[in-house]
Design a binder for this molecule. Structure first.
Ligand SMILES: [Mg+2]
Length: 229
């Protein structure tokens, strides 16, 4: 399912999330979390189970002090005293996307079509090294002229810095950008606040459907904030 929250009058830049947006692979998504939690538990001298309980409590506290909103694992771990630098180091050392992902010719074709009409950027909560390895495994690395990772701005989404950096690097006003990702609170909500467009997808199968939808978006009904397709 694709949910279009807002599209600019004239879109210039598409800012893609990476994990679970440019590929659909729950096994790899789970592996990433489990591997980082394994390192985080060892770092804290706890069992993974105990750490998971701490994370659940921390997420609850975060929501209570942030209007019920959620946040990324990186931000939760940072709130628990595990720096983004540590998180970045573990991700660089232990994540090998090529073990899970393979070339996706349909994604390559889709991004090539989109790249002819829009400038493409990637904004991810993985470090740039892991982003490059992921894009290489999928066979689309050279299609993203701008790649912004957790280590580019030193923050984890949701945060305004990586989105504004992407717009700036492509010389576009934020109002001409559209953020596309699989998690509303991480990928869509804040870009909308920055005046960008936002499109929520459920995986790469939805990304394949984007070119005609972005070119000729269905009209929004006045009473609806979003268009669900
Ligand atoms: Mg994602």
């Amino acid at each position: 399912m694709i949910t279009i929250y807002r599209l600019p009058q004239k879109t210039g830049v598409l800012i893609f999330d990476m994990d679970l947006t440019l590929y659909t692979n729950q096994e790899y998504a789970r592996f990433q979390i489990d591997r980082i939690l394994q390192e985080a538990a060892a770092f804290k001298g706890k069992t993974v189970e105990a750490l998971r309980e701490d994370i659940a409590a921390c997420r609850k506290e975060w929501a209570a002090s942030h209007n019920g909103k959620g946040t990324s694992l990186g931000n939760v771990l940072a709130a628990m005293g595990i720096s983004l630098d540590e998180n970045i180091r573990w991700r660089e050392a232990f994540l090998e996307p090529g073990d899970f992902l393979g070339e996706d010719p349909k994604l390559r074709e889709t991004l090539s079509v989109l790249g002819a009409d829009y400038a493409l950027a990637l904004v991810t909560n993985n470090p740039v090294l892991v982003a490059r390895k992921t894009l290489r495994a999928l066979g689309v690395e050279e299609l993203f002229p701008v790649i912004i990772g957790m280590d580019t701005c030193g923050v984890s989404k949701p945060h305004r810095a990586p989105y504004l950096r992407a717009a700036e690097l492509l010389g576009a006003d934020p109002s001409k950008c559209v953020s596309i990702g699989d998690r509303y609170e991480i990928d869509i909500e804040l870009p909308l606040e920055l005046g960008m467009g936002g499109v929520l997808v459920e995986g790469v199968e939805d990304v394949y459907r984007l070119p005609p939808l972005l070119k000729n978006p269905p009209p929004a009904r006045e009473s609806e904030f979003s268009r669900i397709l």
